[in-house]
Write a protein that binds this ligand. Structure first.
Ligand code: ADQ
Length: 656
């Protein structure tokens, strides 16, 4: 009840122009109805385009997982032929019966019809090449290319605390490989450790800008490295140079994170205009991919600071939500520091429910930076379809569910890919023994090596269970802590790698002492060890309370390590629950999913997995192989991203 009230309040308090936009439902524009019918009418036919999309106009879960190969435009004047080709329109309606999407039924299942393909091409400028897919190498190139600007607080290998770094370190290179011009803008963090060497390849481009915010003009510099076809741009300012991790240190989160990421957003808006990378600026016609709250001022700045002056009129912004739990909420008084026009306060305004206020005089007023992007971005993406739905519910919406629901026509979910070069069991530089689905023998050696490295008894037959992740409420660490005494009574070994909440760090150290022969708790952030755990374990446990996508279960499956996961978000979308009776008794599935999130159901799933590991070797190997053969490549995800880019570019900016 309370949270509903908050969002209602929040939405109502938006300033006039924004509240109208934020809540309006514009099927004809968002779906390109008029342009589609015009096209149909003029040509008497539709255009055959990609096979990967069952277009639903961008309602959540609107992307199809099926085959993604592209096809060429096909013209045919014969009406009969049209019917044969299945040129039929279906309508998707919402609960109220309003049309929210067109479905263009594919004629044969092999070729789908994408009404937006030509539209998108029509809207391209000279700087956007249009290439038809051909055989050979060019097959991987996109038909329509864009100037893409990622804005992110982390991008591996330069900076990483979690999955955001992985995504923003991998996807840009894949998109660049498909023909797009791609820039990634993130901070130049220096913390005085060996991690600083990650930035040694980036050079000062000798371009300073002054950012008007926080009561003055802050000078920032830009560093640049061109690598793997991507322009990596690092915003430099003294506030990014300090000990600790990207967001905080042992005392907690840095108190000036709002300042640090306000600088990032302003600088990211300037970068395409002022940086002559490779001799040319990116210019105004860009597609901004803004990731999580740290980058969420970008769409607000485009709408409030640039477009009123005729700049970035044709730019589009897509908010990518990796984790809705972090929204960049600060006291309302901080609004004046953000460098936004005062009349745009409503876009960021956020009112805490009464129960969440700290004292009687607390009015609960705050600014919420992520909310600003939700009401101003042209489209919204999350990192799995399941999570795209969850964030529209009271349980998963963290107070933003109503607002997100009001924009669900432009809300999609695309499951993350993984870097299959970095995470490849047949060549991983961090592990001593290599293997593949064809020859699993190296995995057993990886397990022995891991047991040795951890100082655990070397017992090849003993199931080794792993956990890797931030020690955070999200990851369900409390459940593991609660279950460990019971699990340690079984004949198993358990290894955990993670850092975060000191409570759980201390618990891991203590558990290691209590269960010397069975439990190891590695406190810290260590990429090589994470690879060795992924390769050496038999089972990976992920009891996440919520998980927008989750990457470790994808890495695990690629390494033949069977995931046992809570049925939520991206875990539900990517781990197929084992069914021993399917496939004529040979079994189907890639792991175990459990629900509800209780100690009992988690232990039951784990024990079923352990029993299968011990007593049904061939079934276990089949499970491993099925996981190893799943396609979690970024190439597949990138094709879905491109479809969303095309949808974004059909319309003029959402807030003009
Ligand atoms: N101690 C440690 N040492 C070494 N490596 C460690 C580590 N702890 C974590 N990692 C690594 O960090 C990454 C974490 O990936 P997750 O998908 O679990 O991310 P996270 O919750 O941070 O990200 C959010 O964004 C991502 C990306 O969209 C979503 O998948 C996810 O659901 C969402 O919560 C993995 O590469 C993992 O191996």
């Amino acid at each position: 009840m309370e949270s509903l009230q908050v969002t209602r309040l929040m939405s109502c308090k938006l300033s006039a122009n924004i509240s109208h936009k934020a809540c309006s439902f514009r099927p004809s524009r968002q779906l390109g109805f008029s342009s589609l019918s015009r096209r149909s009418f003029q040509n008497g036919k539709l255009t055959v385009a990609r096979s990967d999309i069952t277009e639903n106009g961008g309602g959540f879960g609107g992307l199809d997982d099926s085959s993604n190969s592209n096809s060429i435009e096909e013209e045919d004047d014969d009406e009969e032929e049209e019917e044969k080709n299945g040129l039929m329109l279906g309508l998707d309606r919402d609960d109220c019966g309003s049309v929210i999407a067109l479905q263009l039924i594919p004629p044969s299942g092999e070729v789908a019809i994408d009404s937006h393909q030509d539209e998108a091409a029509d809207t391209k400028g000279e700087d956007e090449g249009i290439e038809e897919e051909k055989g050979g190498e060019e097959e991987i190139r996109s038909r329509v290319t864009y100037n893409i600007v990622f804005v992110t607080a982390e991008a591996a290998p330069y900076s990483k605390t979690g999955g955001l770094g992985d995504v923003c370190g991998s996807l840009p290179g894949v998109l660049a490989g498909r023909g797009h011009r791609v820039m990634v803008v993130s901070p130049r963090y220096l913390n005085g450790t060996s991690a600083d060497k990650n930035f040694t390849g980036a050079y000062d481009v000798d371009r300073r800008i002054k950012v008007p915010c926080f009561g003055g003009e802050q000078e920032v510099a830009f560093f640049h490295e061109y690598k793997k076809g991507v322009d990596w741009v690092f915003v430099d300012h003294p506030s990014y140079h300090r000990p600790g991790n990207l967001y905080g240190d042992s005392h907690g989160a840095f108190g000036d994170n709002q300042f640090r990421f306000t600088l990032l957003c302003h600088a990211a808006c300037e970068a395409p205009l002022v940086l002559p990378l490779g001799g040319y600026t990116y210019g105004e016609k860009c597609l901004f991919l803004v990731n999580d709250w740290h980058a969420s001022l970008v769409p607000v700045l485009l709408a409030s600071k640039y477009r009123p002056f005729g700049i970035y009129k044709d730019a589009q912004s897509i908010l990518v939500i990796h984790n809705l739990a972090h929204q960049g909420v600060e006291p309302a008084a901080s609004y004046k520091n953000l460098g936004l026009p005062s009349e745009w306060y409503g876009a960021l305004e956020w009112v805490f429910p009464t129960w969440a206020r700290t004292h009687a005089l607390d009015t609960g007023e705050a600014v919420n930076i992520l909310k600003g992007a939700i009401v101003t971005a042209d489209r919204i993406l999350t990192v799995s379809k399941g999570y795209a739905w969850e964030i529209t519910t009271v349980e998963g919406g963290y107070g933003l569910n109503e607002l997100l629901s009001s924009r669900r026509i432009v809300l999609n979910g695309i499951v993350n890919g993984i870097d299959v070069t970095e995470w490849d069991p047949s060549s991983d530089e961090h592990v001593s023994f290599h293997y593949s689905a064809d020859d699993l023998s190296g995995k057993a050696r990886c397990k022995t090596a891991l047991q040795q490295e951890l100082g655990l008894p070397i017992r090849p037959e003993c199931p080794l269970i792993g956990f890797i992740g931030r020690l955070d409420y999200q990851k369900g660490i409390d459940l593991i802590r609660w279950a460990i005494p019971e699990l340690m009574e079984d004949n198993v070994q358990f290894v955990m790698l993670g850092s975060g909440d000191p409570l759980y760090e201390d618990w891991m150290r203590a558990a290691e002492k209590t269960y010397r022969d069975k439990f190891r708790g590695w406190v810290g952030f260590n990429v090589p060890i994470s690879h060795r755990i992924t390769a050496g374990c038999d089972i990976l446990l992920m009891p996440s309370r919520f998980e927008p996508c989750g990457l470790n279960q994808l890495y695990a499956m690629r390494y033949g390590t069977v995931p046992v996961v809570h049925t939520t978000g991206g875990l539900r979308d990517t781990v197929e629950n084992f069914n021993p009776y399917a496939g004529d008794g040979s079994g189907e599935g890639t792991g175990w999913t459990f629900s509800p999130l209780t100690k009992e159901s988690m232990l039951e799933a784990l024990r079923t997995a352990i029993m299968t590991y011990r007593d049904h070797k061939s079934t276990w190997e089949a499970l491993m192989r099925r996981g190893m053969q799943r396609d979690f490549t970024w190439e597949t995800a990138a094709i879905h991203y491109e479809q969303v880019f095309e949808w974004a570019c059909i319309d003029p900016p959402y807030i003009t």
